[in-house]
Ligand binder design. Sequence first.
Ligand code: FAD
Length: 510
Amino acid sequence: MAKILATLDPELRQIVSTNKVFKNWAKTFSCSPELYFEPTSEEQIVKIFYLAQRTGKPVKAVGSGHSPSDLACTNGFMLSLDRLNEVLAVDTNAYTISVQAGMNLHELHRVLAENGLAVSNLGSISDQSIAGVMATATHGTGAKFGSLPTMIRALTIITPTGLTLHCTPTQHADVFCAAQCSLGALGIITRITLQVEPAFRLEAIQEPVPFSTVLSMMPTLIHSAQHVRFWWFPYTDMTVVWRANRSTKPVRQAPVSWLRDHLLGVHAYEAVLDITRFGPLTKAIPSAARFFFGALFDRKVKVIDDSYKVFNFDCLFPQYVNEWAIPWEHTAEALKRLDAFIKENEIKVHWPVEVRFVDEDNVWLSPAYGRKTAYIGVIMYRPYGKPVPYKKYWQGYENIMRSFGGRPHWAKAHGQTCADLAPSYPRFQDFLRVRQELDPAGTLLNDYLRRHVVGVAGRGVVHKATPGVSQDERGVAEAEEDAEARAAGGFGEGEGEGEGGVVGQVLARL
Ligand SMILES: Cc1cc2nc3c(=O)[nH]c(=O)nc-3n(C[C@H](O)[C@H](O)[C@H](O)COP(=O)(O)OP(=O)(O)OC[C@H]3O[C@@H](n4cnc5c(N)ncnc54)[C@H](O)[C@@H]3O)c2cc1C
């Protein structure tokens, strides 16, 4: 490193730092990039790629570090685009906005609102960078709304060979289709043009509905509002259904109770999750679920506000998450199977299980490619950042999702190998071809991409299941791993080291 620094281009010297330790938002994955760059121009990105070529170092862009996996990790050169966050153009007639890709969603909402515009759909938070949400096909909910990359009308990407490509559905069309959800594997995306719509308010109604009712009315439920999601609370046989529609009614905020929403909903909740992490007290989790459901969610709530404020939620504290996409006609059956799995195995799980609906799209690596999709997400909180056992739950959940042709959310650590994923995506080989053309030396590859996308050799995927790994053996592997972790004093903080980390390897083995 000293040698690289000694000969570093003076311009790059201004934007480089050493000793950076990157941790993702949930602090479940970390890495130590050799050099950390915060470029302020596209020319600097080209120079960083030339430096990487000369020195043989891998390169990775990072957004706001919210991915619950090692997707953004590298021990080579890490690039943050936080300083490439300007507005480039706003067209209030065509309802489009062009921005530098490092801008975060909060800032995007602010600029759009100033211009009487808004994004049509959104996920649960707006802390991510625009490039980051697109790179993983982040989604919101809404039967007639695609995942967020479907909003992209144009993008600019700098490839590891130093090319700058301006891509649209008709210009460098293959690169465009691959780069809408790029996993950071094709180049550094520096500019994005989005299709948005006139600013709007949403009227959202949230109400408790029995789990059995939700299961029986699924096809109707999906279409019962423009945006529908529900949270199932295992052990309560209840859900909370959230429906939102565009509205011209005046703003109406939900009444806030500090006692209920903060003392109980955050502090007491986290304390209870903490004391029930291991041992006999885990048996209290079902009673706790019933108590918190009754205290916090067993009532109807109505909110009317600017769309982006209503789409977003408080995601509380760090967590392990897993989320897969299945064809939405299997939603009820998949949830019934998950319920049975939890009960039969007496697994103590946190709540809720979140279900959202996304229209089919044609983004090559979108989990909603070519099929109307239900995303089912499971969660295990990490109270006060401490570990909790979750792998048995994940294993059962993943097996169920797999049996319905599930595709995992790219941002979230999961157990699918390249061999599992390739046949599931009709354009997977096209993605690999574009990747090979843009990054023949594999500069942008990291452990995650080798494990889940390109295969170890980086040359593509053999279309057959990994030989010799049965479901039973997966179970054994997991049990052994858990026993090891316990013997070592619990599920350690370092379990998610990127670039060779334990969790990634174990999940990949599942
Ligand atoms: C609390 C929480 C709530 C969430 N809610 C949702 C939700 O509602 N719906 C949903 O679908 N997901 C959700 N996610 C997942 C989240 O949207 C994704 O992980 C997203 O990718 C994070 O964006 P980021 O800016 O943090 O990107 P990072 O995690 O930093 O990076 C993600 C990927 O983007 C690549 N990348 C970043 N910038 C660039 C660039 N300029 N050029 C090329 N590649 C780049 C990185 O290399 C990496 O591969 C949530 C995550 C958290 C922690």
